[in-house]
Design a protein around this ligand. Structure first.
Ligand code: HT7
Ligand code: ZN
Length: 866
């Protein structure tokens, strides 16, 4: 597919100041009457033809300034509208189009989900509603009249504020919405349907009363309260943390069940995948509650970082996404435990972004070219993008960071901005040159930071030598990155006081050269270095420490992140190089840790007990990855730790048992206690499957909430036998009418690391609750298999790859976005053992050969094959 390149950006030849829409909803023929108030852009080419984007549109009529357009004055096709000779002055173009929302299986543009009309316009869905300059640097003020059958769509929602409602004939009604804030078309939205709601009000720091509502399927209102509460907390937090107030009279969130991604930040009308709205103790886990809180916050925060200040072009996607992820991470950290949340962020970065950055789909945080922008909503743009913002804060300090953010919002309000504009705000308020720092946006690949240390006891001097490098596959010879390394020295009985180093300010050393050396004076004993505290930069740290030194960090470091990291490092080495003697020593260290503090900070303790995933272990293997060997080594280590720690795990279980019977509360402290008790159960079962199966089955019947029930089911899922199958059957019967809960059931089964899983998946694809038209179902069953079952997905016989490839092929013509994303599971084929890699290539070539393959899937195939 042809590439769109950053360097080829040029301003639009025309601007659109106003958009007046009259949209009549109907299941098969929705009519969109659009009047666009246009003018030539002084920054564009004068007298150029006007070329509007379209996608799958049918033009009904066209008028210019109130008069029908002559047939030779324009050309229209489903994919575009051309006005050959536009007036060299402001003019009004009225275009009527027709679309079929029911037939829209791509879930982009105007579609129906469970009978509810809704829209998805980012990145380029608005052109599936009407012909338009569908690019983020064309900002207009929208007024939208929505008309529908009253019985079919009693609720009619649009962007901005509601200005009028009324009758439109015997069975029809209308609502008019006006959004005073100029916005790009990707932020347009409407909703029409039968929906229930919960609502409340919030008064902004500017004194504006805002009605906040969450709309859900009727009958599920009692599951919308947590999301509504998260809206209110997000609004309050953005005022205190960033000085940002909401700017409309209403803020609506609507949950729909067919949705390509998590949620969408349309102005004043956020549309959500219902998975990230609906929560009750009986149907949602602690993880679901945390995700709802984070995603509600994320979309709300876009109101400033994305909507008020938007992106000039799609290459700047990280400008809104990286910044908004950073903002939602800070919010969640303030709502929950900061260190625990930071560990969760880094685990997710390493699980998703590091492999992406090491594989054929790697790209700079600001890509330079794309064939299909929908394939660039990636972990790199979002999560590495957030890490860059975090590093910027570390470099300039929290206070200057806030001043810089204020400056950015003030200078760019109502504008479509670039990464350069963002950095310029910080350069302006700090006087710093951020050009070298900006390389983070340009250079793909995860940097490696190699550190060696030397101690001179006579001089009481400690030297650290740093060397940074990028992977050879990613233009490694460019100029160095600016890497903030938060660090400290840890002595036998805790952080070393008195050691000084002129290169370290506020606990941070900034490495801005390929290699450097720093010296600490007055170092009274040989320390263990604690580097990259709080994971201060998204790099791979190469530091040879002994298990003993790592155990000292686990016990003594003042930085919780590095305490956790130390345990992970020991465990990872034991997975890659099993050793009975060192395993016993590690178990003893974990035992001391649990004795000392498991019950003081259960959430943290649960993370320390969670070993690195099989994916992380695979990521640490240089080449020829054998997922079966990794699985076996990790299982063996878990079994041994479970046995060695059994008495402690039992006492944790007993100590937290009372808590499990108490009424459910989703707060972080309660969730932490549940996570530790469930981690203990899981490790007990790893060490003693028979006892574990009995205990898990018991826990399943006792559980008073979905968190504990699903954890028990997850434990049982790893122990073949009748108890497991009975539990699966009971769970399915209990939640037969709960699609979101059945998704958990599909997902757990898809991840069972046994050869029988493929057959199980085939069976589950025939289950009445499974459908290929719902992205959540596909992701739950096939996505969980592809991304969460390394041994079976990468089976030697290629049957796992084939199952996923068949799904991609079947889905491509109906929903290419979801198909393409599923296909990214093949991204690490090159790192697999040769024979497995060859099977993956066979499947990729099979997909490549499909006639009429979508641009989305063709792009992923081409890049994956390289
Ligand atoms: N900005 C949104 C990204 C998005 C999206 C959402 C739903 C369906 C299709 C989509 N394409 C792009 C979500 C966000 O990051 O906030
Ligand atoms: Zn976002």
């Amino acid at each position: 597919p042809p590439l769109i390149r950053l360097e080829e950006y040029r301003p639009s030849d025309y601007l659109i100041d106003r958009v007046d829409l009259d949209i009549r909803l109907a299941p098969h023929a929705a009519r969109i009457d659009a009047t666009l108030t246009l003018r030539p852009n002084p920054a564009g080419t004068a007298a150029a033809p006007l070329a509007l984007d379209g996608d799958d549109l049918r033009l009904v009529s066209a008028e210019l300034d109130g008069a029908p357009l002559a047939a030779d004055a324009y050309a229209a096709s489903p994919s575009g509208f051309l006005l050959r000779d536009p007036p060299p002055r402001p003019f009004a173009l009225r275009l009527v189009t027709e679309v079929d929302p029911t037939a829209n299986t791509k879930l982009m543009g105007l579609y129906r989900s469970n009978g509810v009309y809704c829209t998805q316009c980012e990145a380029d869905g608005f052109r599936r509603i009407t012909y338009f300059l569908d690019r983020p640097d064309v900002l207009a003020v929208y007024t939208t009249r929505i008309e529908a059958d009253r019985a079919e769509a009693p609720v009619l929602l649009g962007n901005g504020n509601l200005v009028e409602t009324g009758e439109a004939g015997p069975d029809r009604h209308f609502a008019i919405w006006h959004d005073p804030h100029p916005k790009p078309a990707y932020l347009f939205a409407l909703v029409g349907g039968r929906l229930g709601k919960v609502e409340t009000s919030f008064t902004t720091m500017e004194g504006r009363p805002v009605t906040c509502a969450v709309y859900v399927e009727p009958g599920k209102e009692d599951r919308a309260g947590y999301a509504l509460d998260a809206v209110i907390r997000s609004m309050a937090w953005d005022e205190t943390a960033f000085g940002r107030a909401y700017d409309l009279d209403v803020f609506n969130v609507v949950a729909v069940s067919d949705f390509n991604m998590g949620a969408m930040e349309n102005k004043g009308l956020n549309i959500f995948n219902d998975k990230y709205v609906l929560a009750s103790p009986e149907t949602a886990t602690d993880g679901d509650y945390a995700a709802i809180e984070a995603i509600i916050a994320h979309e709300y925060f876009h109101n400033w970082s994305g909507n008020r200040v938007t992106c000039r072009d799609w290459f700047q996607l990280c400008l809104k996404e990286g910044l908004t992820v950073f903002r939602d991470q800070e919010f969640s950290s303030d709502m929950r435990s900061r260190p625990v949340h930071r560990i969760a962020e880094v685990r997710s970065l390493r699980a998703r972004q590091f492999p992406e950055d090491a594989g054929p789909l790697r790209h700079p945080v600001r890509p330079r070219a794309y064939a299909e922008i929908n394939n660039f909503y990636t972990a790199t743009v979002y999560d590495k993008g957030a890490e860059i913002v975090r590093m910027l804060r570390t470099l300039v300090g929290a206070e200057a960071f806030r001043t810089g953010m204020d400056r950015y919002f003030a200078d760019n309000d109502g504008r479509a901005a670039t990464v350069e504009d963002f950095l310029a705000s910080f350069a302006a308020v700090t006087g710093r040159d951020l050009d070298a720092f900006a390389r983070w946006y340009e250079r793909p690949g995860t940097p490696r930071l190699a550190v060696t240390a030397a101690y001179d006891p006579a001089a009481a001097r400690y030297t650290l030598r740093f060397a940074q490098s990028l992977p050879v596959s990613t233009e490694p010879d460019g100029p160095p990155l600016v890497i903030p390394v938060a660090l400290g020295l840890v002595g036998e009985s805790g952080p070393l006081a008195g050691a000084t180093c002129p290169d370290v300010r506020d606990g941070v050393y900034v490495l801005d050269r390929p290699e450097a050396e720093i010296e600490f004076e007055a170092v009274a004993e040989e320390p263990v270095p604690s580097l990259l505290r709080d994971f201060s930069a998204p790099v791979r740290l190469d530091l040879a420490l002994t298990d003993g030194q790592r155990v000292r960090l686990l016990a003594q470091d003042s930085d919780p992140f590095n305490r956790w990291q130390a345990a992970q490092d020991v465990a990872l080495r034991l997975i890659l190089h099993p050793d009975a003697h060192r395993t016993e020593a590690f178990a003893a260290a974990l035992g001391r840790f649990l004795d000392g503090e498991a019950l003081a900070d259960p959430a943290f303790a649960a993370l320390v007990l969670a070993l690195p995933s099989e994916g992380e272990a695979a990521d640490a293997v240089p080449a020829d990855v054998d997922p079966d060997a990794i699985h076996q080594a990790r299982s063996d280590l878990r079994a041994r730790l479970g046995q060695a720690l059994r008495p402690r795990l039992e006492s944790i279980d007993a100590a937290l048992a009372r808590d499990a019977a108490a009424p459910y509360s989703p707060d972080a402290a309660s969730a932490g206690r549940r996570s530790l008790r469930n981690a203990a159960l899981d490790l007990i079962a790893a060490g003693d499957p028979q006892a574990g199966a009995a205990r898990a089955a018991e826990r399943l019947t006792e559980a008073t909430n979905m968190t504990d029930r699903l954890a028990a089911l997850g434990t049982l899922a790893l122990i073949p036998g009748e108890a497991r199958e009975a539990a699966f059957a009971e769970f399915a019967a209990r939640y037969a009418d709960e699609p979101l809960v059945l998704d958990k059931w599909f997902a757990i089964q898809a991840q069972i690391p046994e050869p029988g899983t493929l057959e199980r998946i085939a069976r589950l694809q025939g289950h009445p609750a499974f459908t290929m038209t719902n992205p959540n179902r596909v992701r739950a069953l096939i996505g969980s298999f592809a991304f969460g079952n390394p041994t079976q997905f990468a089976r030697r016989d290629g049957a796992g790859f084939a199952r996923v490839a068949d799904t991609v092929a079947a889905l491509d013509s109906t929903n290419p976005q979801v198909a393409a994303r599923l296909l990214t599971a093949f991204g690490s084929w090159r790192r697999l053992e040769k024979s497995r890699g060859a099977k993956a290539v066979e499947m990729l070539n099979g997909i490549k050969a499909i006639p009429g393959l979508s641009r989305d899937t063709a792009d992923i195939v081409a890049r994956t094959l390289g």
